[in-house]
Design a protein around this ligand. Structure first.
Ligand code: NOJ
Length: 723
């Protein structure tokens, strides 16, 4: 969006506004339909009439939104409409899998489709901006917000972000942007120390440039409407006040001309960061860094008048922020029709109860595409006509928990649980259920009930992991593990001797004990898979759906391996289990439990004929890397193919693998297809010590295959020769 330009309407309004009305436009306040931060003292509905608020968050639903909007346009002096923001992160009413799960579908079209679907539903509820996508590269499962991310890889986050922006912002029937996207949190929030939420991110410029910034650049190029600075400080500079990154980089270099919206209370929190002495200084720092909207901290409203009097900010800068907000409202069509979205026909059907079948179908497809099969000993799955199934665990029949954190307006009563899904899918089977253990603690552990339920079962489906409250914002965990009470239940299930299918529900790669991984017959990462999680899992277990999802995040064996990711740099003493003087741990393996990209299918794929169309490359050349992929197994299936590069000799150390591209290929049983990746030599550059792109002459490796695990990759080399 281009928001800084002149507009007759905005300029006329600015000319008529007093200071309080201007500051109102750049203040966003929350009402409490949902609590996403510390509640403020405000009663925003009473402030609308005085023009004291320009946008609201956490208010939705036709009734409330209409009432608030009516006050703004009919009762405030200038009649400027409000806009409404909400965290629509993985669905609004139809809830799709949490992002860490859906990222593992590696399906750009799906990422876009679920975003478009969320936008249709949210728009019908009067929402104009979603605080999504969250594209913070995350590599530490202790961090609770890993659930909201697309995982550990910059390219995956960039592609996920692009697809989300396209989906949310896709035009409605009038050609207007449906839901404005707000990419967050700019930047390096995922690098918080020890995974501790809100902590500092003390990282190098190289990590910023190579890991944390590229997803934001991609969203800006895709036309994202807004950006939210992160709560954190990066190398000592609070992001909400980061002039170099916000003004010089985002605005000036990347030419981002949308809105910069602060995080919740983040401007006032500059005082806690120790970079502002009072609200006036905090407000001045944020405004001067380019932040247009103050979410919930009153710093702009109460601090900017003092900052103006002290000469810390200029009225021109205040006016520019106001102009951006007004132009945003104009471009959304809110001046012409403040109720526009809610009047729309599609919008009406989207809010109808029960959820429309096509929305459920999309949620189911998304869940099926996100559930990762991690182990399937002896081809135990799919289940073969079981007579009796025992379902155990606190997540088997817990509709709200399967929706996960940040479930927007998603309602538990719309969700179909695993127990319900299994009963529907295995109609001829006796499906029995006992909870057996609570989420946390041991007080309600009921192993007797579990034993009774599993007696005589052909298989046990063990649904354990995290409740929705155990991941998300402000829930970092030093032990991101399966809690003890649930492990007792797991032991009981394994001791019965019946085959155990472990369905892990979580917002992070949850640490599992070796005995559980070894003892389980099959293991699936079901994440929090949303409204249709139950039928999706049941159809995977029955074989009606062949699993195709992969891990978008490395899964550690023990917490002490974190942060953990595939793109590590080589060391002078590479890991070698035979050599005590090599990198690694003395009390734990070096390798993760499962690598980025791992995930099984009911069929088997082979690769052959890895080739390039040229073996020498100049800086401006393109090279095609191709491989033939065959479905050599027993049923139709979908394979994901990753293309990594590795620069073996450069001026600085380069990661062992860097992802360049990925694709999915659907193959019938016995079918072969050629997958072709086209790579620009220029994209193989790295930044030298002067931060200039550089490519050295010599060998460049391509690694192509099914995951980042060395055993899953084939290699072919080219020569860089720039003449
Ligand atoms: C704080 C979170 O950090 C941010 O992601 C969210 O958008 C806001 N609260 C609003 O709910």
């Amino acid at each position: 969006m281009k928001l800084s330009g002149k507009s007759a309407r905005s300029d006329a309004l600015i000319g008529r506004m007093n200071l309080s009305e201007k500051l109102g436009q750049i203040s966003m306040l929350a009402d409490g339909l949902v609590e996403t931060g510390p509640p403020g003292p405000h009663n925003p509905f009473n402030m609308i009439v005085d023009g004291r608020v320009g946008s609201l968050l956490n208010v939705w639903g036709a009734h409330l939104v209409r009432e608030a909007q009516r006050k703004a346009v009919e009762e405030s002096r200038l009649g400027v409409p409000l806009f409404f923001g909400l965290d629509v992160v993985h669905g609004h009413k139809s809830i799709h899998p949490v992002p860490i799960g859906e990222a593992g579908s590696f399906d750009r079209q799906l990422w876009e489709a679920t975003a478009r679907d969320s936008a249709i539903e949210a728009m019908a509820d009067g929402v104009h901006m979603t605080f999504a996508p969250m594209i913070d590269v995350a590599r530490d499962p202790r961090w609770g917000r890993i659930v909201e991310t697309a995982g550990e890889d910059p390219l995956v986050n960039a592609e996920f972000g692009r697809a989300r922006v396209r989906g949310y912002q896709a035009p409605d029937a009038q050609g207007l942007m449906r839901l404005a996207a707000c990419a967050k949190h700019f930047c390096a929030y995922g690098a918080v120390l020890s995974g501790r939420d809100y902590a500092e991110a003390d990282i190098s410029w190289r990590a910023l440039e190579e890991i944390y910034l590229p997803p934001f650049r991609a969203c800006v190029d895709e036309g994202v409407a807004a950006i939210m600075p992160a709560f954190v400080d990066v190398a000592g500079v609070a992001m909400t006040a980061h002039k170099r990154l916000l003004r010089d980089m985002l605005r000036a270099r990347w030419r981002f001309d949308g809105l910069i919206v602060s995080d919740y209370n983040a401007i006032a929190e500059l005082i806690n960061h120790g970079v502002a002495a009072d609200l006036a200084e905090a407000a001045a720092l944020a405004l001067n860094a380019g932040v247009d909207i103050d979410m919930m901290s009153d710093a702009y409203f109460n601090g900017l008048p003092i900052a103006l009097a002290r000469g810390l900010v200029s009225m021109d800068d205040v006016d520019m922020a106001v102009r951006r907000v007004l132009n945003f409202k104009e471009q959304l069509g809110l001046f012409d029709d403040p109720y526009r979205n809610m009047a729309h026909k599609t919008a009406k059907s989207a809010t109808s109860k029960p959820l429309a079948p096509e929305r459920r179908a999309l949620s189911r497809q998304a869940a099926q595409s996100s559930i990762v099969l991690l182990k399937n000993a002896d081809g135990f799955l799919p289940l073969k006509a079981p007579r009796m199934l025992a379902v155990l665990g606190p997540l088997a029949d817990s509709p709200n928990d399967q929706l996960g954190p940040w479930a927007s307006a998603g309602a538990g009563e719309d969700a179909v649980t695993f127990v319900a899904g299994l009963r529907e899918t295995f109609a001829q089977t006796d499906v029995r259920y006992a909870k057996g253990a609570p989420f946390e603690g041991r007080d309600e552990v009921d192993l007797e009930a579990a034993r009774k339920t599993l007696a005589g079962a052909d298989a046990i489906i063990l649904c354990i992991g995290e409740s929705r409250l155990m991941s998300g914002e402000a829930v970092s965990r030093t032990r991101p593990e399966v809690p003890e009470g649930q492990l007792e239940l797991a032991r009981t299930a394994l001791e019965s001797g019946a085959p155990v299918i472990l369905a892990i529900n979580s917002g992070r790669p949850l640490i599992l004990p070796d005995w559980l991984v070894e003892g389980a017959q099959a293991i699936l990462a079901a994440w929090h898979a949303g409204t249709e999680a139950g039928p999706a899992l049941a159809q995977i277990l029955s074989g009606a759906c062949n699993p195709s999802a992969r891990l978008a995040i490395t899964w550690p064996r023990v917490t002490g391996q974190a942060p953990i990711f595939y793109g590590i740099r080589p060391t002078g003493r590479p890991h070698d289990p035979q050599n005590g003087w090599s990198t690694g741990f003395s009390d734990a393996p070096f390798d993760p439990r499962w690598s980025f990209g791992q995930g099984l299918s009911y069929t088997r794929f082979t690769r052959a004929n890895l080739r390039v169309d040229r073996d020498t490359l100049g800086l401006d050349d393109l090279v095609s890397v191709s491989v033939d992929v065959t479905n050599a197994g027993v049923c139709d299936g979908v394979e994901t193919v990753f293309l990594f590069s590795r620069d073996p000799v450069a001026q600085v150390t380069r990661p062992m693998l860097e992802l360049h591209d990925f694709t999915k290929v659907a193959l019938r049983q016995g079918e072969t297809r050629t997958v072709v990746f086209v790579v620009k030599a220029r994209d193989l550059c790295y930044l030298d010590e002067d931060r200039k792109p550089r490519l050295d002459d010599g060998a460049m490796q391509f690694h192509i295959g099914a995951s980042a695990r060395p055993a899953d990759l084939d290699r072919i080399d080219v020569t860089i020769a720039q003449g």
